[in-house]
Ligand binder design. Structure first.
Ligand SMILES: C=CC1=C(C)c2cc3[nH]c(cc4nc(cc5[nH]c(cc1n2)c(C)c5CCC(=O)O)C(CCC(=O)O)=C4C)c(C)c3C=C
Ligand SMILES: [Fe+2]
Length: 425
């Protein structure tokens, strides 16, 4: 059971998560049922000594739990968490199909335990980093890069959708921070829970796969705004508004590979395009507000389209102002990226911001760990990026510095490990 708010951006569904807080609250307050809940919540007001109180219940942030098993892997349609780690690994020399399958088995067991808020099976060696914390909406997602299939003798099963992304003229890609045999995406609303998972999973790869690159990202913390809202990126824009919605008729078709699709082992899976996009914030922040809004085609304060209405009002690309000019400029980012401008191409964007300090030139090394999900990159990211590459207004303020594409298989069903249908199908 996973949910995505029907009308709003990635950050908006703290109240829609499966089983918010109840499980932990009951655990904390003993077996007192609803009375325990009330006691747990009102404990402070009773003013009694801590020693005689049941332990204070975890807040909803810690207690939120995302199910690991299902048709799709977690970490795709759930709201992006406050903390993210992206990890790409290459198989070690000598590691092949058998070792890779064993790794996916270990990873599956550990990811399932961690997402349930349990200590992993190798608890004797657990680092203890996440002790005291609940699952905190932890999700772990696994993917395979193009090179994985050669190294494991599985080239015949490589999806054609994993063909290398075409080069784009504005690319300034760092090969060392691009691609990779294996990919792990970790998200959690607590930084220690996220790092704990990163460390546990990386250690389990010891001897089988080595870290190729690793990136850290973040989003707004749940509860930081008075009411749930779409998150902002580091340019200050409301970002995620016009994502495909789970309630859209074609949502699944756009995001997930159908059963009977090609290859069959990818049924229920999706393709993740990962781009590290640095923002030229010094240049951006010099642009006056109305200029910034023109670049995107939406108002900065509330994300409403410049064609009128509120954040969720559909964008009217034909609307003209009293001066006869297009309300949303010809090169505005939302016009260039709209499905209507790209033969219907669409993707589910689920990104993290990043900040890695300052560069030698004094500029912030900050931007977007752009993660886009789609059933087929040729009907999602590729046509849209081709169009952006020809120069939308935003291109002047960003640099694509790393790129990767991963096949993310469907969710593990009961008794299965992630990717089992690839290895054993
Ligand atoms: C190739 C795909 C895309 C890249 C790369 C990309 C980079 C990028 N985008 C923003 C900020 C915003 N993007 C917005 C909308 C939007 N962006 C894409 C695609 C890419 N963006 C799409 C498909 C859309 C939706 C278009 C539509 O149908 O309306 C918005 C507006 C709010 C929203 O709908 O999310 C913002 C803001 C940045 C900063 C960035 C690179 C750093
Ligand atoms: Fe965008």
């Amino acid at each position: 059971m996973t949910h995505h708010h029907p009308d709003t951006g990635p950050e908006q569904s703290t109240d829609l998560r499966p089983g918010p807080s109840r499980r932990r609250l009951l655990g904390a307050a003993g077996a007192a049922g609803a009375a325990g809940l009330a006691l747990g919540a009102a404990g402070g007001a009773l003013g009694t000594a801590a020693a005689t109180e049941p332990p204070t219940a975890l807040s909803t942030v810690g207690s939120n739990r995302v199910p690991f098993r299902g048709d799709h892997q977690p970490g795709i349609i759930e709201p992006a968490q406050a903390h993210g780690h992206l990890l790409a690994l290459d198989l070690a020399p000598g590691a092949g199909r058998k070792e890779a399958a064993a790794l996916l088995r270990r990873w599956t067991r550990t990811a399932e335990a961690l997402m349930a808020g349990e200590t992993p099976a190798s608890r004797l060696h657990d680092t203890g980093i996440a002790l005291d914390a609940g699952p905190s909406s932890l999700t772990v997602t696994f993917g395979f890069g193009r090179t994985f299939f050669d190294r494991t003798g599985l080239a015949a099963r490589r999806p054609s959708a994993l063909a290398p992304l075409p080069p784009f003229s504005a690319d300034e890609l760092d090969a060392g921070r691009s691609d990779g045999d294996l990919w792990v995406q970790i998200g959690a609303d607590d930084a220690l829970v996220a790092f704990h998972a990163l460390r546990a999973l990386q250690r389990e790869a010891d001897g089988t796969a080595r870290v190729r690159w690793q990136m850290n990202g973040f989003n707004r913390s749940p509860g930081a705004t008075a009411a749930p809202r779409t998150a902002r990126n580091l340019m200050g824009q409301v970002d995620g508004t016009n994502n495909p919605k789970e309630t859209d008729e074609d949502f699944r078709q756009r995001v997930f590979v159908p059963a009977g699709g090609d290859p069959e082992w990818m049924a229920g899976g999706s393709y993740a395009v990962v781009r590290r996009i640095r923002m030229l914030l010094d240049d951006w922040e010099r642009v006056p507000l109305d200029g910034q809004e023109k670049v995107i085609g939406r108002r900065k304060s509330d994300g409403a389209p410049l064609s009128g209405g509120s954040e969720t009002t559909p964008v009217d690309l034909d609307k003209r102002g009293p001066d006869g000019n297009l309300a949303i400029a010809a090169d505005a980012h939302v016009r260039v990226t709209a499905p209507a401008s790209n033969g219907g191409a669409a993707m589910l964007r689920r990104s993290f911001s990043y900040h890695d300090g300052f560069r030698d030139d004094g500029a912030p090394d900050a931007g977007l760990l752009f993660v886009a999900w789609q059933a087929d990159p040729m009907r999602g990211f590729v046509p849209v990026q081709r169009k952006l590459d020809r120069g939308d207004a935003l291109s002047r303020f960003i640099r694509h510095e790393a790129s990767a594409l991963f096949a993310v298989p469907g969710g593990a069903r009961k008794g299965e490990y992630v990717g089992q249908r690839l290895f054993e199908g």
